[in-house]
Design a binder for this molecule. Structure first.
Ligand code: TYD
Ligand code: MG
Length: 458
């Protein structure tokens, strides 16, 4: 293939310059010029035609006349992974799976590929980080002794695409996207320009051939995938690993999914024989205290479609002149807001105190329904008094001190009752019409009501 020339394209305005410049001459933005390949077939041909080729028909049609086909999915055999994918791998779908190094990306993908291969799909695992022998070693460790997955150790995009063309596999994995490079760019593998260019070529290949593509990506220290976010827009599904490498549990969350629900999470346990799905994860994020302790409140959260019980821990301790507010697994700005609401609407003051809040088990809670549990754990730590035995809470809190309903309150209460919890403080609008066996439910409208109730209860 003739070596193509490169040019620089502004990521903000799309302006093009032949040379790299610090500032885009068209829109004057700094550091936005990225190296891109110039297509030798002429400037009129759109290099990205076909990227959105899911529906190649170009004629105008009436929506109701278009035959809506459900996408064909093949389950990977890893139930928890299938759950986040929305049922399985989709033909021509592109999945990006990101996470910290060592969290289990390669392990999970290899297990999934073996499952797909067993169900009769031809799979190609392209490894750019490890040698084929290392991949084989891992597969033995995973107990996949007779695996028929095809392995290619290669990092040059053009060669990879040629192999894909020859083998015509149903699924291709690129582990990792940061190791691939295209001949047509001069920048180093792993640079934003290379990652972007290679991912767009692979995406185009997926759309034009119907091959499903899985891109494995490392997350940088700042928490962004190298090739900042550009890949997220290109692909159909974005999955991220959560949880820390030190704990046994790993969470895989769908951040974006064109073929399924977002925020769905899959829960896995890392064992000697790879990742095993945890089909009933509701109780794994509770630390088992023999007796209730101050500063701990169990929250029933709904991440995706399953209710999970997560322990929220708070530690309030006298701080210096500028007290600290730290949160792990919860939004820090939200914490600052909740502290202000606590002070203003419930008279609980933490101005001169350090406040630390943690969601147990490395789980990240994004829904506002965690507010009430966060507040109650803070107040409990401040008073040095535990919440009652078997206590749970959920509900969003507004700036005016009102407690707003959480979606699907009944389901949350039922799950908690099933796990032996007996007392709940919840938003008034979530109050169950019929009593829930074994559960005393206190429905509140305002934060001060909730705080007052807790003082009465224990
Ligand atoms: P890996 O899948 O290589 O991580 P990534 O591709 O995300 O960088 O997983 C590496 C970690 O998983 C490593 O620390 C060892 C551990 N592990 C197990 O505990 N059990 C296993 O069966 C395997 C294969 C790995
Ligand atoms: Mg890996």
């Amino acid at each position: 293939m003739a070596k193509e020339k490169t040019q620089y394209t502004c990521t903000d305005c799309g302006g093009i310059t032949p040379k790299w410049l610090g500032k885009c001459p068209s829109c004057n933005a700094w550091n936005t010029l990225l190296e891109t390949a110039v297509d030798s077939s002429g400037p009129t041909k759109n290099r990205y035609a076909g990227m959105a080729a899911l529906a190649p028909a170009s004629e105008v049609a009436i929506l109701s006349d278009i035959e809506a086909q459900d996408v064909a999915r093949t389950p990977t055999g890893q139930e928890e992974l299938d759950r986040v994918l929305g049922g399985g791998m989709v033909q021509g779908g592109v999945v990006l799976i990101g996470g910290d190094p060592g969290i289990g990306k390669s392990t999970l993908i290899l297990q999934a590929m073996d499952g797909l291969q067993r169900s009769g799909m031809s799979t190609l695992y392209v490894t750019g980080e490890e040698s084929a022998a290392q991949v084989a070693l891992r597969s033995r460790r995973l107990g996949l002794d007779h695996s028929q997955v095809q392995v290619l150790a290669e990092t040059q995009l053009e060669k990879i695409l040629a192999t894909v063309d020859k083998l015509q596999p149903a699924v291709v994995v690129m582990d990792s996207i940061q190791t691939v490079y295209s001949d047509q760019l001069t920048s180093a593998p792993g640079s934003v320009a290379q990652v972007r260019e290679c991912a767009s070529h692979l995406t185009r290949m997926a759309k034009s051939t119907g091959t499903a593509v899985v891109l494995v990506g490392h997350v940088t220290k700042e928490g962004a995938l190298a090739g900042p976010r550009v890949l997220e827009h290109m692909v159909d599904t974005v999955l991220y690993f959560e949880g820390d490498t030190h704990s046994t549990y790993r969470l895989v969350r769908a951040i974006k999914n064109r073929f399924g629900a977002v925020n769905e999470i899959g829960v896995f346990a890392m064992t000697e024989k790879g990742l095993k799905g945890v089909s009933n994860p509701s109780a794994i994020f509770l630390s088992q205290h023999a007796e209730p302790v101050p500063g701990s409140c169990v929250l029933v959260t709904l991440e995706g479609t399953r209710p999970l019980l997560v322990e929220i821990q708070a530690l309030v301790d006298s701080g210096g002149p500028s007290p600290r507010r730290l949160s792990v697994g919860l939004d820090r700005d939200r914490l600052a807001m909740l502290l202000a609401v606590l002070h203003r609407h419930a008279g609980v003051a933490c101005m001169d105190q350090d406040v630390f809040v943690n969601a147990v088990g490395g789980v990240r809670i994004s829904e506002p329904a965690a507010d009430l549990a966060v507040m109650l754990s803070i107040q409990s730590s401040l008073r040095g008094k535990p919440l009652p035995q078997g206590f749970i809470a959920f509900g969003e809190v507004g700036l005016a001190g009102e407690v707003r309903p959480a979606p699907r309150g009944q389901e949350r209460l039922k799950e908690a009752a099933k796990l032996g919890f007996t007392v709940a403080i919840i938003p008034k609008a979530n109050a169950p019409k019929k009593p829930i066996p074994g559960m005393t439910v206190h429905a509140v409208e305002r934060v001060d009501e909730a705080i007052g109730l807790v003082r009465e209860l224990g």
